[in-house]
Design a protein around this ligand. Structure first.
Ligand code: UTP
Length: 456
């Protein structure tokens, strides 16, 4: 963006305070300012401001008819495994899938001074999340004898650090040519009176455009086209903060294919009706994810005749999405709606300021899909998100889930591990058969170590 363009944009939208600030900067500082804000879609944000001003943050979306959706239950999925799995495995082995991990969020609640993917989370080895996901992809790639592209979404503020981290760690055993970084867009945040807010002398406060931005930037960056040229038609999508994810799960993919879906999701049973995960429902005839608060009072705690919650399905950010569907979402401008998030930020002298962030959510693609498929999964096996510094969803809690899952995998293989032993299994060892695994575990336990790591 040129200086004059920015000045006229600021004048048009009554941002005199920013114009004044810009004009008092030195020529060099002005250049930095322009570089920092270039690419930010100011017109979009000011338009969104007009749409949202006057609306309460939690305005009900006014659905007339909300029903429980169809979900393939975990039990059925396990029983049908033999019929469903081969289609998924064939698709992976045929080089039709790529794995997208979105890691462009700001990780505000965790408060870690680096991108969340760099957080050393694994219980024994302290592996960072990026390494865990890379190893899961490598294990699959070895098993199916096919390269599986790893698509990492960053944001403009974290892109350099993340790329450097992969480079310094030899791409965690993956081939450099199979790892692709793409950045989502930043949108300026606004004060409730529509004013842009200075972050420092040469930038304004901005936020990444939400995980839904992945479906825009993947296409806009040309990466989607590049993937399709190599035969990729299905993208496995997940969030960087959940180390339990079964990456590119062939059984899930089998269901996605069997149901001929454009967009698929996994859900878990919510712990409590008001747990902070999106609620998967049919609203006015369309599958959607809505907030608990959007469920009418009469429905929130509704039970069926057996006493089970009617609206039990919580979305956990795990999807298969067809590339053709992502293209259709971008055909006439980006199709996903923007949401306003009201956040508090700390300013000088501990003062708090309210800001409005505008974001898109990936699950808003659901009602736009021709066909969808939803599969239940078990929380203990696939959902332990790293969100907070302490308490719920904290590193300690996530590590407990990780250890318990390894313990369960071993117990299923008939291997007992004493309760006081902390155990971690490398994703690269996960393909071992029972006897090899048992041998490795026995060897480690014989040394009376309390921290056991099962490597390849
Ligand atoms: P969250 O909404 O939990 O955000 O993201 P966060 O950044 O991890 O944490 P807070 O809310 O600031 O504390 C869920 C997933 O979506 C990604 C995150 O990186 C995480 O993997 N995400 C979120 C993006 O990639 N871009 C975004 O703009 C927002």
């Amino acid at each position: 963006m040129k200086r004059e363009e920015l000045i006229s944009l600021l004048e048009k939208h009554e941002q005199v305070h920013i114009k004044k600030h810009l004009l008092m900067l030195s020529a060099d500082e002005q250049k930095i300012f322009l570089k920092n804000v270039s690419g930010m879609n100011f017109e979009l944000v000011f338009r969104l401001y007009e749409t949202f001003s006057g609306k309460s943050s939690h305005a009900s979306s006014g659905w007339k008819d909300i029903l429980p959706p169809r979900v393939i239950d975990a039990g059925l999925s396990a029983r049908e495994k033999e019929n469903i799995l081969p289609a998924g495995e064939e698709s992976i082995a045929g080089g039709q899938t790529a794995v997208m991990i979105v890691s462009g969020g700001q990780g505000t609640r965790l408060g870690y001074p680096h991108p969340k993917g760099m957080y050393p989370i694994s219980p024994v080895k302290g592996k960072p999340l990026f390494r865990i996901f890379s190893e899961k992809i490598r294990a699959l790639s070895l098993k199916y004898k096919v390269p599986i592209p790893f698509l990492v979404m960053t944001n403009p503020e974290t892109n350099e650090e993340i790329e450097r981290f992969f480079g310094e760690n030899n791409f965690f055993g993956l081939e450099k040519k199979d790892v692709f970084f793409f950045s989502q867009e930043m949108l300026p945040s606004l004060a409730p009176d529509k004013k842009l807010i200075l972050k420092d002398r040469t930038s304004v406060i901005a936020n990444p455009d939400g995980h839904g931005g992945s479906l825009k930037s993947f296409w806009q960056s040309g990466l989607l086209g590049k993937m399709e040229e190599t035969g990729i038609t299905r993208i496995f999508y997940c969030h960087i903060d959940n180390p339990l994810v079964k990456v590119d799960d062939p059984l899930f993919l089998g269901w996605h294919i069997k149901e001929n879906a454009d967009f698929s999701l996994k859900v878990v049973r919510k712990r409590t009706p008001d747990e902070k995960v999106g609620n998967f429902v049919m609203a006015d005839g369309k599958p959607r994810i809505i907030e608990y608060i959007e469920l009418p009072d009469t429905m929130r705690d509704m039970k069926d005749s057996a006493g089970n919650p009617v609206f039990w399905a919580g979305s956990i950010g795990i999807h298969f999405i067809n590339t053709s569907f992502i293209k259709s979402l971008n055909k006439n401008g980006f199709a996903l709606p923007y949401h306003r998030q009201v956040k508090k930020i700390k300013q000088e002298k501990g003062l708090e300021k309210e800001i409005w962030k505008f974001e898109t959510f990936v699950f808003d693609a659901l009602p736009l899909a021709g066909k969808i498929c939803c599969l239940e999964t078990l929380r203990d096996e696939e959902f332990a998100p790293l969100k907070n510094k302490d308490g719920k969803d904290s590193p300690d809690e996530v590590r407990k889930f990780m250890v318990n899952l390894c313990r369960k995998q071993l117990a299923d293989a008939g291997i007992d591990v004493p309760p006081d032993v902390k155990i971690e299994i490398s994703p690269l060892a996960a393909q071992y058969d029972k006897s090899k695994l048992a041998e490795k575990v026995a060897k480690q336990l014989a040394s009376k170590k309390k921290d056991v790591y099962i490597d390849r």
